[in-house]
Design a binder for this molecule. Sequence first.
Ligand code: SF4
Length: 84
Amino acid sequence: MPDLTDIAEVMDNSGDTKNTGGYNSKLMAAKVDSAKCAGSGACVEACPVEAIKLVDNKAVVDKDECTDCGACVDECPNQAITLD
Ligand code: SF4
């Protein structure tokens, strides 16, 4: 049987999750600067996991779905998206 301490350490070292004593929360996700976002929808089209939608003509990222791939960052014509 695996040692649960070892599993927690692997998850901590994975770079995208953090063991918080019972559940894991993401440390990274695409972040939208709403002041720069012009609602082009280029990020929505670029996202391979459908983690972005437009709300009131502004891009909104579902941090639970975002895989930090960076595709939206590259496609945004206004450089409104960064990875945390
Ligand atoms: S970083 Fe990748 S997965 Fe995350 S919102 Fe942008 S395109 Fe989607």
